[in-house]
Write a protein that binds this ligand. Structure first.
Ligand code: KG4
Ligand code: ZN
Length: 354
């Protein structure tokens, strides 16, 4: 079964084609991606209206490129998946609209996919895929969550951020250091030359006894430190970047280890854009090795938003019998997006097997 997946929730347009046969993980046949980073750079952050317009420009050429890579035609596609939420409403509408129009023209079903489920399952496309059950650390620009994952659709939230996401902490700290957008990769690059112990920054909720996170205070502490440095900031920027990264990474690693201990699970999956961070990977690898825990990451290029994870999640849902492939001509192509959409809404009631 060939499933085309379209991702357009934020500043990346991604399209991919997977083959979700009866057995085994869906196979990625082709994928194409366009990042809008350059376009938004001038504004220091994502401009939603510009993002939507660019998705419109990119989505069909990317679809053609994907099909060409896969050696398939649009007529061979059996279902069209798209990111239904969460994300920017206008941006989501582009992917949803195009996916539903394509599916209607083909007379094939559509599948609205949860963006975080895509991230969560993305390590299944790696050379070293995980096995269920596992603890998932989901760290993106908009979300920071620890989850227990027992199967497709079997997600239990263990803890989450009560304010900013980890990616937001990277981005906002980077912005006030004048590092531009997106801040995460820029800050981590600069941090390589800095001393992570140079500045004492808070580790919010490190000892809170639960699995929740808080990163808003860290950003304020970075701002205070930057102001204190004044003219000296330029010379100490690498140290401040390294100290900021160390604070974020330490909290993420500690809470992940607590989640593993509490669940008794021996497998960790890390997903979302911040999962590309080299320091986070190094520290998690070390902490997991000490505890006999196996840790899995998506391929580096599939950490940030992409179409492959959406097509994959759709394929895994189909294989698990969780997708409605029926077609009702009056309702199937009426698309709806959900800019705010808790992952719990796509999880099976607890106790139900997928
Ligand atoms: O998953 P993603 O592409 O988009 C969302 O769903 O939010 O994640 C984007 C986030 C941004 O905050 C970006 O700064 C962060 O991931 N990020 C990084 C790195 N690469 C991307 N943060 C730290 N280090 C990185 N290498
Ligand atoms: Zn994402």
């Amino acid at each position: 079964m060939l499933i085309l997946g379209i991702e357009s929730s934020c500043d990346e347009t991604g399209v991919a084609l997977v083959d979700a046969g009866a057995a085994g993980t869906p196979r990625l046949l082709g994928h194409a991606l366009h990042s809008q980073i350059e376009m938004h750079q001038a504004y220091g952050g994502v401009v939603p209206e510009l993002a939507s317009r660019d998705h419109i420009r990119r989505v069909l050429p990317l679809t053609e490129a994907t099909l060409q890579q896969a050696g398939c035609t649009l007529q061979q596609v059996d279902a069209v998946a798209y990111t239904k939420g969460p994300g920017l409403a206008g941006a989501l509408l582009v992917g949803a609209g195009v996916a539903c129009a394509m599916a209607a023209a083909l007379g094939k079903p559509t599948l609205g996919i949860h963006h975080l489920e895509g991230h969560l399952l993305s390590p299944f496309l790696s050379a070293d895929p995980p096995e269920f059950p596992f603890v998932a650390l989901l760290v993106s620009g908009g979300h920071t969550q620890l989850m227990r994952v027992d199967g497709v659709g079997r997600y239990t939230l263990l803890g989450e951020t009560i304010d900013d996401a980890a990616g937001e902490a990277f981005d906002k700290s980077a912005k006030l250091m004048g590092l531009g957008y997106p801040g995460g990769p820029a800050l981590s690059r600069l941090a390589q030359r800095g001393d992570p112990a140079a500045f004492k920054l808070p580790r919010p909720l490190l000892h809170s006894g639960d699995l929740d996170f808080s990163f808003a205070g860290l950003k304020t502490a970075v701002l205070t430190q930057a102001k204190k440095l004044g003219d000296a900031l330029e010379a100490r920027k690498a140290d401040l970047a390294a100290s900021t990264q160390a604070a974020i990474v330490e909290v993420l690693v500690k809470k992940s280890m607590t989640a593993l201990k509490e669940t008794g699970l021996k497998r960790l999956v890390v997903a979302g854009g911040v999962g590309a961070n080299a320091q986070l990977r190094a520290d998690l690898n070390q902490a997991c090795a000490q505890r006999g825990v196996r840790v899995h990451y998506p391929e580096l290029h599939l950490c940030t938003d992409n179409g492959a994870m959406i097509a994959l999640a759709a394929g895994m849902r189909v294989q698990a019998g969780l997708a409605d492939l029926g077609i009702d001509p009056t309702t199937s192509y009426q698309f709806q997006v959900l800019p705010r959409w808790p992952l719990a809404d796509v999880a099976l009631p607890s106790g139900m097997a997928a």
